[in-house]
Design a protein around this ligand. Structure first.
Ligand code: ZN
Length: 196
């Protein structure tokens, strides 16, 4: 499996995109922009369209405000996992949220016509969509790509999801020039404040 990962390369037009379906997870987490405070899946319609565009939900599904809240809870739980991939302690509440979502989706092993076994949701609607996202997470954990999907370490301000293509998996910031420098400036201000 490690050999397969070594042959992966970043997309030229998008150097922080994750390989394959894992990029759905990165994009899902990044539907909330903490800096601009914009949310691409803030309503039942925008959430449904976002999921349908990626084949994660039936086009005919009708979503509710409660579904939006559930999607947001899962999104933030996933962000916590990506922060843990960047060195934060793992948030036990996030684990609980994801386990509850997996239970609601009723994920089960299904062998496709191609003979490949995959996790697939029994449920429909938002539960199924979230189940498909969790199945992608599971696959990424199995194939070794998961630890490279991280959330930017500039807490509260950024936390943008990015795929760390660096050789030694040492990436901390979504963008060194932006968040790396902002972090240095923040540390400088805090040292100065502590000194006064
Ligand atoms: Zn950042």
């Amino acid at each position: 499996m490690a050999d397969a990962i070594d042959t992966l390369t970043p997309a030229e037009d998008h150097p922080k995109a994750a390989p394959g379906d894992l990029n759905h997870i990165r994009r899902f987490v990044n539907t909330l922009d903490l800096e601009r405070l914009t949310d691409d899946i803030a309503t039942p319609d925008t959430l449904k369209n976002w999921l349908a565009e990626r084949g994660l939900i039936d086009e005919r599904a009708e979503l509710t405000e409660a579904d939006v809240r559930q999607a947001h809870a899962v999104r933030e739980a996933l962000r916590k996992l990506l922060l843990a991939n960047n060195g934060d302690p793992l948030d036990p509440d996030a684990v609980e949220t994801l386990n509850a979502a997996a239970k609601s989706a009723e994920l089960q092993v299904r062998v496709g016509p191609d003979g490949v076994a995959q996790l697939a949701p029994v449920r429909t609607g938002i539960d199924a969509a979230i189940g498909r996202l969790l199945a992608i997470v599971h696959t990424a954990m199995a194939d070794g790509t998961w630890p490279r999907l991280k959330a930017c370490a500039l807490h509260d301000t950024c936390e943008w999801a990015f795929y760390d293509w660096s050789k030694n998996r040492s990436g901390t910031w979504c963008d060194m020039k932006v968040c790396g420098n902002r972090s240095k400036a923040r540390a400088y201000r805090e040292r100065k404040r502590a000194g006064n």
